[in-house]
Ligand binder design. Structure first.
Ligand SMILES: Cc1cc2nc3c(=O)[nH]c(=O)nc-3n(C[C@H](O)[C@H](O)[C@H](O)COP(=O)(O)O)c2cc1C
Length: 175
């Protein structure tokens, strides 16, 4: 199962739209696919100091992240980094739950200046988990979107590349 997780807390959301495009590029290659965004569960996650305090949808989202065969994770950039709630959700994930899990990391920001957040902040976080982060990470800013969807040709090429890399990880996934 493929799980998409987007840390947006508003809708419509560019971050969610980016995850949707990445998941579409994967074309069902990991079987059933589900996309969760934080706009429904942000307060539940934010009020939990430990995973055991989560109930309902937030508990289901955490379990889905931990059980996924592959992940597409994305955050809006807030103050030059992933959002506090994005980090908080992954603070609640068991340290060994993402071991060897193939992951695409992505982020959106208002402008181009924080493009390396995917390399300097998201990639090391999933390095902690010893996940298999795909070589191609994706960043898109306001100017890269048209009609709410990522339209920039470079961004779209990176989506295709990252999706191809995740699909290439499937032999290990099937084994
Ligand atoms: C509190 C806050 C802080 C932000 N900080 C940054 C920032 O440091 N750099 C940046 O490029 N954009 C920043 N933005 C803009 C968002 O990253 C950008 O609009 C993002 O695409 C929003 O994603 P969403 O549509 O999924 O909510 C900030 C927005 C908010 C609300």
């Amino acid at each position: 199962m493929l799980i998409g997780f987007s840390a947006n807390i508003q809708r419509p959301s560019k971050t969610r739209a980016l995850v949707e495009e990445i998941m579409a590029a994967l074309g069902g290659g990991f079987g059933p696919a589900h996309l969760h965004d934080l706009s429904d569960t942000a307060r539940a996650f934010g009020g939990a100091l430990h995973a055991g305090e989560l109930t309902g949808e937030a508990a289901r989202v955490l379990a889905a992240i931990e059980r996924a065969d592959a992940l597409v994770v994305a955050s809006p950039v807030y103050k030059g980094s992933y959002t506090g709630l994005f980090k908080h959700v992954f603070d609640l994930v068991r340290p060994d739950a993402l071991y060897r899990k193939p992951v695409i990391v992505a982020a959106t920001g208002g402008g181009p200046r924080h493009a390396l957040v995917v390399e300097h902040q998201m990639r090391p976080l999933f390095g902690f988990f010893r996940a298999r982060v795909m070589p191609t990470a994706i960043y898109a800013c306001d100017a890269d979107f048209s009609d709410g969807k990522p339209a920039d040709t470079t961004v779209r090429a990176r989506i295709a590349e990252a999706a191809g890399e995740l699909l290439d990880s499937r032999p290990a996934f099937a084994a």
